[in-house]
Design a protein around this ligand. Structure first.
Ligand code: COI
Length: 353
């Protein structure tokens, strides 16, 4: 039986303000949001309400002690114009993994999935249909105690809002291998989608931007030798024999849903995919010898972000032109076609609204 939420419809839709042909990522929000609060050890009744500001005490504990987690997901329309979600159960599982790591309460599958379905159903006219676009969904949870002191909060809010989006990176990106700062270390929260993991990336990424790069490639915290993620995405490298390398999930790397989709699709098409600790020297040597034929980041927002330049110490490796990339172009099209049901969903990734 589906959960019953309170519903307050927005009397003033902003949809006419949305230019669906020119969408900027993360700037425009749909008419409604979902909110449910956690109090006295349980989730209360959820509510779909007009998207808008919320007010909190300056002592809001998540602002001070960082108990804040989120997910990134997307809704699409199928070829008949019906709304659908891509792999929401995987985001649900990861959300609870993040919650446990951050000492926050878990949420039930029914609450997570049903709130998404009902919210997307109400705002389905906001789902863009142009190739590469989607309705980006942002479920997040944060501590709401107004309390100064370091202990887990007793109260939390879980909110979902939606934005129509195009791809996060409109063109191939230039990345720099980061050897000073560290994103995560053994025992930390690298595999959680915790707000703080993004907070600590701001300074190193801004520094790299000043040098003309779009993103950094994080390396391990012990030796700065093994590649981990690139900014907000997981990483893939393709060698000239079409072997595909991606960093193994070692607890410090986010278990990307798009990463997993790429691995499954590649293996299904008989590509040799190797998940391992990847020494940056192996990638640099392949690039020096002209054997690095593709490199890309994967993520919900970015889908496939092709890397055009990798800077490593005083070397700069330029990769083949984006249009020539067989594997990243194939993955981009294949995943996009599954998300919009243009082709068969043989892995059972689509959830209809
Ligand atoms: C996502 O890929 O969904 C993220 O959370 C990253 C952010 C850049 C939007």
């Amino acid at each position: 039986m589906s959960l019953v939420f309170k519903i307050s419809k927005n009397p003033q839709s902003k949809i006419a303000e949305c230019d669906f042909n020119n969408i900027e990522f993360g700037k425009l929000f749909s008419d409604h949001m979902f909110r449910v609060d956690y109090e006295n050890g349980e989730w209360k009744t959820g509510e779909i309400l007009p998207y808008g500001n919320i007010s909190f005490s300056p002592a809001l504990s998540s602002l001070h002690y960082g108990q804040a987690i989120f997910e990134g997901m997307k809704a699409f329309k199928d070829t008949n114009g019906k709304p659908q979600l891509f792999r929401p159960l995987d985001n649900f599982e990861r959300f609870n993994i993040s919650a446990v790591r951050m000492g926050m309460p878990e949420i039930s599958e029914a609450l997570f999935i049903e709130s998404l379905r009902q919210l997307v159903n109400i705002d389905q006219d906001w789902i863009p249909t142009k190739e590469g676009s989607a309705l980006y969904l942002r479920p997040f949870m944060f501590a709401t105690d107004d309390f100064v002191g370091v202990r887990p909060s007793n109260n939390y809010s879980f909110i979902i809002f939606c934005c129509p989006v195009n791809s996060y990176y409109p063109k191939p990106i230039k990345v720099k291998v980061e050897e000073k700062y560290t994103r995560a270390f053994d025992g930390m929260a690298g595999s959680a989608k915790a707000a703080g993991n993004y907070g600590i990336s701001m300074k190193p990424t801004s520094d790299a931007k000043k040098e003309g790069f779009d993103q950094i490639i994080w390396t391990d915290g012990k030796e700065h030798k093994y590649v981990e993620e690139s900014g907000t995405t997981n990483l893939f490298f393709v060698l000239s024999d079409e072997t595909v390398l991606t960093p193994a999930l070692d607890g410090n790397i986010l278990k990307g849903v798009t990463r997993d989709s790429c691995i499954k699709l590649l293996k299904d098409a008989n590509y040799n995919v190797i998940e391992k600790h990847i020494d940056i020297e192996e990638i640099a040597q392949a690039a020096r010898e002209g054997k690095l034929i593709d490199a890309f980041g994967t993520g919900t927002a970015a889908l496939i972000a092709k890397i055009e330049t990798i800077a490593y110490r005083n070397e700069r490796f330029e990769l083949p032109a984006a249009e020539e990339r067989k594997i990243s172009n194939w993955l981009y099209k294949k995943i996009g076609d599954i998300q919009t049901s243009k082709i068969e969903d043989k892995f059972g990734w689509i959830v209809k609204i």
